[in-house]
Design a binder for this molecule. Structure first.
Ligand code: GUN
Ligand code: FE
Length: 450
């Protein structure tokens, strides 16, 4: 069992007292073994020592809503609203993925995440080849809740992505049985119906029962866009959250991305049932979707986490950008105190852990928890002066993902001083660039065929 000692770090624990400790953090195997003040004696034999020299150690950041399959579509679908963005570009491109292109799409995304201190994701998957997506996730060593994206609603899904309900369910269960709990428990399956528009009622009801049977999460999109909500109203004669409530799907096992267009009754339902909401502020701005009422959700003690969403609606997977945007976006609407820096940091750490159902294992730096963490160097020009100023405002308003010098997942270093340890970055970039040309050509063909 390898032990790694981070010496002389500023440890942003995110423990219940939100303590910040200048000292040492010892990792033994996959867990945090001790946290102590600098002046305490440590026996350094048989331990790899990393001298933090006053750099900042934070809990690994959690991307609670992402589409790794879309990383290769970055920059290919610009300045459109959700439904056109999906129909004209994203669905044809997803439909054109082959296992190889999906594999490199995932690794490009995960490499970017590791470089920016992200250690865990909740991923939306894609309709086909999700086994390859899991393989890439497994090889990279990231912690993940992931599932196969499900789309079976005739009339609302393009032919090239439309699935048969029975097959979609069966493939989901097969993937769950193969991957759930693997990689020392890093991998978790979640049923992933895309959104109410793309899913038959029959499938959603089966997903609800199976998620209960296997005790796994359900992850979907909800109430992101006004047209989406209007379409659900037209087809189901109910608002989006009311429809999920009608299907008895609303509970603390549900992860809902976005939740911008809610009425007060829907907000109450989310509050009463402790649903997990994922706020994706950059995506919501870029697709012109709207601004979610996050301060109200937090006041109601609804669980909120943070995500970049897919690369083509952002266009980065950078949690520092996301935290900063989450903090800034509320201020013109609700005043400068509406989303303090600490709150934004809580969403990206403890909030993400809660959404994954892993709050006992990750989200804070505490003895006994998993060693998911990032080391950040704030001693640079864009963070100066950084002594005597609040650490959370440094992290949210000043720091950049490029300030991360080390990322660790489950006790293993996945990124250190410019080098990814589980991903061959040059090779992945080259192969990703080749793959997207092929996928783009194929997407043009299937789009024209309808
Ligand atoms: N709603 C359904 N699918 C998607 C998607 O791929 N991205 C976003 N942002 N919203 C969605
Ligand atoms: Fe999304």
């Amino acid at each position: 069992m390898q032990s790694i000692l981070f010496k002389d770090a500023v440890i942003v624990t995110m423990n219940p007292n939100r303590e910040i400790i200048r000292g040492n953090l010892l990792v033994a195997g996959d867990r945090i073994k001790s946290i102590s003040k600098t002046n305490e004696e440590i026996n350094c034999s048989q331990i790899k020592v990393i001298n933090a020299n006053g750099r900042v150690l934070i809990p690994g950041l959690v991307q609670a809503h992402i589409h790794l399959c879309q990383t290769l579509f970055r920059g290919l679908a610009e300045d459109l609203a959700l439904l056109d963005w999906l129909k004209l570009y994203i669905w044809p491109l997803e439909g054109a993925h082959d296992p190889d292109s999906l594999y490199y799409s995932a690794l490009v995304g995960i490499g970017e995440l590791f470089r920016g201190g992200t250690t865990a994701v909740i991923d939306m998957g894609t309709v086909r080849h999700t086994d390859t997506l899991f393989a890439a996730i497994h090889e990279s060593g990231i912690r993940a809740v992931c599932g196969k994206c499900m789309m079976d609603q005739i009339g609302n899904c393009p032919k090239y992505l439309l699935e048969n309900t029975v097959d979609s369910i069966q493939e989901s269960v097969d993937l769950l049985e193969k991957w759930h709990g693997r990689s020392n428990g890093l991998l978790h399956y979640a049923f992933t119906p895309r959104f109410a528009i793309s899913c038959s009622e029959e499938m959603l009801l089966q997903v609800k029962d199976l998620a209960g049977k296997y005790k796994v999460r359900i992850h979907t999109h909800a109430s992101e866009n006004k047209m989406e909500v209007a379409l659900i109203q037209q087809q189901r004669k109910m608002r989006n959250i009311m429809y999920f409530k009608h299907l008895d799907m609303i509970n603390s096992n549900l992860i809902l991305a976005h939740c911008i267009w809610l009425d007060s009754k829907e907000m109450e339902i989310l509050q009463e049932n402790r649903v997990n909401i994922v706020h994706c502020p950059s995506s919501n701005l870029k697709l012109g979707s709207g601004i979610a009422s996050i301060p109200e959700m937090l006041a109601r003690k609804i669980y909120v986490s943070l995500g970049s969403d897919g690369a083509p609606c952002n266009n980065t997977l950078d949690m520092f950008t996301e935290m900063r945007t989450a903090a800034l976006i509320q201020k013109p609407l609700h005043g400068p105190a509406a989303m303090p820096a600490l709150t934004a940091f809580e969403l990206a750490t403890l909030g993400g852990a809660k959404a994954m159902g892993l709050e006992k294992e990750i989200g804070s730096l505490e003895v006994g928890k998993k060693a998911d963490l990032a080391l950040i160097d704030l001693k640079n020009l864009h963070c100066t002066p950084n002594e005597g100023t609040e650490i959370y405002s440094q992290l949210i308003y000043q720091a950049k993902s490029s300030d991360v010098t080390l990322t660790m997942v489950d006790g293993k270093i996945v990124y250190e001083n410019g080098l990814l340890t589980t991903i061959d970055e040059e090779d992945v970039i080259r192969k990703a660039n080749t793959a997207i040309k092929r996928v783009y050509r194929k997407a043009e063909i299937i789009k024209n065929q309808g």
